[in-house]
Design a protein around this ligand. Structure first.
Ligand code: AMP
Ligand code: ZN
Length: 118
């Protein structure tokens, strides 16, 4: 498990490094990605550190799980252009393309996104 002391998203949650926050409460924080891949690219993170989805799934309450999903859907709904939709992505591990070891949901919107991913 990565150390929450050094975790970049835990540091954002603790206000130790800046981020363009979209919303925050005790359980979930959302902020703009530093390197956006779409006109809107927001990361939705639980304030509880979990390295990835598998760890979060094992340790989070049902209430927190549903709250995280609801936050992603709410942000997607708010930031999509003209009801055109959005994408939510979770990367896990090296094959999944994960680069930050704190679970985060990518919410991408504002352009047509192709499929399949590379
Ligand atoms: P992933 O590759 O799924 O682990 O995604 C990590 C994401 O975090 C990437 O899209 C990065 O651009 C983003 N990121 C890394 N550091 C920061 C930061 N300090 N503030 C905002 N986004 C970040
Ligand atoms: Zn963390």
């Amino acid at each position: 498990m990565s150390d929450p002391e050094d975790c970049v998203f835990c540091r954002i949650i603790r206000h130790e490094i800046p981020a363009r926050e979209v919303q925050r409460d005790a359980d979930v924080v959302a902020f703009h990605d530093l390197n956006p891949q779409a006109p809107t690219h927001i990361l939705v993170v639980p304030t509880m550190h979990a390295d990835h989805l598998s760890e979060f799934n094992a340790k989070a309450s049902s209430e927190l799980k549903s709250k995280l999903f609801a936050a992603a859907a709410d942000i997607g709904g708010r930031f999509q252009r003209d009801g055109q939709g959005y994408r939510v992505v979770i990367n896990e591990g090296s094959d999944g393309g994960q680069t930050v070891g704190h679970l985060h949901l990518h919410v991408l919107a504002g352009r047509h996104l192709t499929w399949p991913p590379g």
